[in-house]
Design a protein around this ligand. Structure first.
Ligand SMILES: Cc1cc2nc3c(=O)[nH]c(=O)nc-3n(C[C@H](O)[C@H](O)[C@H](O)COP(=O)(O)OP(=O)(O)OC[C@H]3O[C@@H](n4cnc5c(N)ncnc54)[C@H](O)[C@@H]3O)c2cc1C
Length: 592
């Protein structure tokens, strides 16, 4: 918008690629995002803007997201009988009673815990929200501000969820419950690459690999930035770098306000990507949702697994939609369920064929994959994993060859030949886009399966890349573990939860650490933040936008909107940037 209106735009980017946490990266010869990256907005302007930057190459993805709790998958949004059956009649009754109790005598205070317990009852809070939330934020639900819940699950409560589960919702869906979303075929980062191209086409300049260290002002007017490559001047400064650091860099800001800014906390994310194969086997012998659940929970004691699969396996879907979009598979599987038993005989023979094929693949020795390193952080970390495996860390390790120049990404493909028959018979892998992991016996809080997004992400490869998310503060042991140890934790989480049936299915791992990925909404944060915002209002031509940039728990849509509205403001239109996100949901609901 600014370059369109005659402004000369210069971008200073810390990384080699634009897109921030919403970029896509190449890994194991496939494409992945930084964890799951679903775009969704009800705002027409935003939707049009976002779609116009996909080159028209996007798919409608059917969202399947479940909660993994007690080794069971609970559909999210809740499905009445599904939840009832899996929680058990007694537990479900207790949940409803707990909800009624909260309605009669609501929890006091404005913590996340009291907010959710009032909306869902304490019992459901403790089953479906507590563990994930505490893993994510590293503090108790009672110490987390209700803003987190208000932003993300506002308008949703047990009554609405159950009503929607049993009766539908007249076409209206809470934002958290939308079950279809647009997704660029080759990853959400395409949108940001296209925005960059557009800016450059209009004369904008992009400086990559430059770290902005601070903002310079004169008489409380922004006049430029200080970077690790020198000083740059400008008439207007818009910052998306971590809010606390940039605020602390302002020489003309009151020291009391700086003290408040110094108290703002960020949480870090650790992503462990795990390549799981052989997907050909999984695809050809797709399991029904129920079978998948059974295998997920009990695959360890399935000596007669071949027989289990023979009776439950689902034929390869013939729908052209399935050919184009693996994400459509979960829904179709359910429809095809009925036809399953009739076709079991022919499937049995095809299963045998594929077992043989898989044996052949599995019994090969380690393969070395080489790939251009497009992303500096991923390159560094993946290289470390290779090194650690080479040191003999991993049980499955067969061989490894590093790249002497370090310019390409070398990844170990480790396959245990001795386990090949066993793994070929245990083709279990969840079919969700991502799952929330609420079990206490796993450290991860969320797992994405990129094989269930678009076919193009897989680039013709026959394996699935999972991404396991962990969170930690700077001073926590987890954050300071090396890649080898983190990979091992991820493998253990997958195997012990039975989400992956056998270690021989795990081919590669790669670790990406994201520093300051979440602004922490600790109770009381708001008072300090508003004082800082107020003090910053006295500066001219200086804007703080984005998730870390303005200390707001933004999704992509919120951050894009902040960018657009910041341009609006510079172009003379009235708007309050500080209130986007919190208030924005209200505007959205109004328009829906
Ligand atoms: C694991 C995970 C999953 C997510 N899932 C979703 C999802 O499903 N849907 C969704 O909509 N959103 C999701 N998000 C949130 C989404 O990533 C963010 O909302 C979005 O990326 C915010 O964009 P931004 O521009 O505000 O910030 P960022 O993405 O953080 O971009 C900031 C930019 O500034 C650069 N920068 C930072 N510091 C400096 C510096 N000192 N000097 C120079 N440059 C600097 C960064 O390199 C980056 O390019 C997820 C985030 C994570 C971590």
């Amino acid at each position: 918008m600014l370059s369109e209106n005659g402004y000369s735009v210069e971008i200073f980017e810390l990384e080699e690629k634009v897109g921030g946490m919403s970029k896509s990266i190449e890994l194991f010869s496939q494409i992945v995002d930084i964890g799951p990256h679903r775009f969704f907005s009800k705002d027409t302007r935003l939707n049009d803007f976002w779609h116009s930057h996909t080159n028209g190459e996007y798919e409608k993805v059917s969202r399947l997201t479940r909660i993994f709790y007690n080794r069971k998958f609970f559909y999210y949004p809740l499905r009445g009988f599904d939840a009832l059956f899996k929680l058990g009649f007694l537990e479900s009754t207790l949940c409803v009673l707990s909800y009624i109790k909260a309605k009669i005598s609501p929890f006091k205070g404005d913590s996340f815990e009291s907010w959710v317990a009032n909306a869902f009852g304490y019992r459901l809070y403790s089953i479906f929200f507590k563990s994930y939330t505490e893993k994510l934020w590293g503090i108790k639900g009672s110490e987390l501000d209700a803003d987190f819940a208000a932003q993300r699950i506002k308008g949703l409560n047990l009554y609405e969820a159950v009503k929607s589960a049993f009766f539908g919702n007249g076409g209206k869906k809470h934002k958290t419950l939308v079950d279809e979303f647009s997704y660029p075929k080759r990853g959400c980062g395409v949108v940001y690459e296209n925005m960059k191209d557009e800016i450059i086409k209009r004369g904008g300049v992009l400086h990559c690999n430059v770290e902005v260290l601070g903002i310079t002002t004169q008489d409380k007017k922004a006049v430029g930035i200080l970077t690790n490559k020198g000083e740059f001047s400008g008439d207007i400064v818009i910052s998306t770098a971590p809010f606390r650091d940039m605020v602390l860099s302002l020489d003309e800001l009151d020291s009391g306000v700086k003290t408040l800014a110094g108290r703002l906390k960020f949480r870090n994310t650790i992503l462990v990507y795990v390549e799981v194969g052989d997907l050909a086997l999984l695809k050809k012998h797709r399991l029904t949702p129920n079978t998948s659940l059974v295998l997920g929970e009990h695959s360890h004691d399935c000596e007669n697994l071949g027989a289990v699969i023979t009776s439950k396996v689902t034929p390869t879907p013939k729908s052209p939609q399935n050919e184009q979009s693996p994400t459509a598979i979960p829904r179709i599987l359910e429809e095809e369920n009925q036809a399953t038993n009739e076709k079991s005989t022919s499937q049995e023979s095809s299963f045998e064929n594929n077992t043989k094929k898989s044996q052949k693949v599995d019994s090969s020795t380690a393969t070395i994959l080489k790939q251009s390193a497009k992303d500096s952080r991923i390159c560094k970390n993946a290289q470390n994993v290779s090194d650690s495996l080479a040191a003999g860390f991993c049980d499955d390790f067969v061989g490894c060859q590093g790249n002497d120049k370090g310019a390409t990404l070398s990844v170990v493909t480790a396959v245990a030949a001795s386990d090949s028959r066993k793994s070929a018979q245990k083709p279990t892998l969840f079919k969700d886009n991502w799952i929330y992991v609420h079990s206490k016996d796993t450290q991860t809080g969320r797992i994405t399966n990129f094989a269930n997004w678009t076919k193009d992400l897989q680039c013709g490869k026959d394996s699935a890349i999972l991404c396991l998310e962990y969170w930690a503060n700077d001073d926590e042991a987890l954050w300071n573990l090396d890649d080898k140890a983190l990979s091992e934790i991820a493998k253990r989480d997958l195997l012990e939860s039975k989400l992956v049936a056998d270690s021989s299915l795990i081919k590669n791992t790669s670790v990406l650490k994201i520093h300051k990925s979440y602004p922490v909404y600790e109770k009381g944060y708001k008072d300090n933040l508003h004082k800082i915002y107020k003090a910053l209002d006295s500066f001219k031509d200086l804007y703080f936008i984005g998730r870390n940039g303005s200390f707001k728990y933004n999704n992509q849509d919120h951050s894009i909107l902040m960018g657009l509205m910041c341009a609006d403001k510079i172009l003379g239109r009235e708007c309050d940037l500080w209130h986007i996100n919190t208030d924005y949901d209200y505007q959205e609901n109004g328009k829906a």
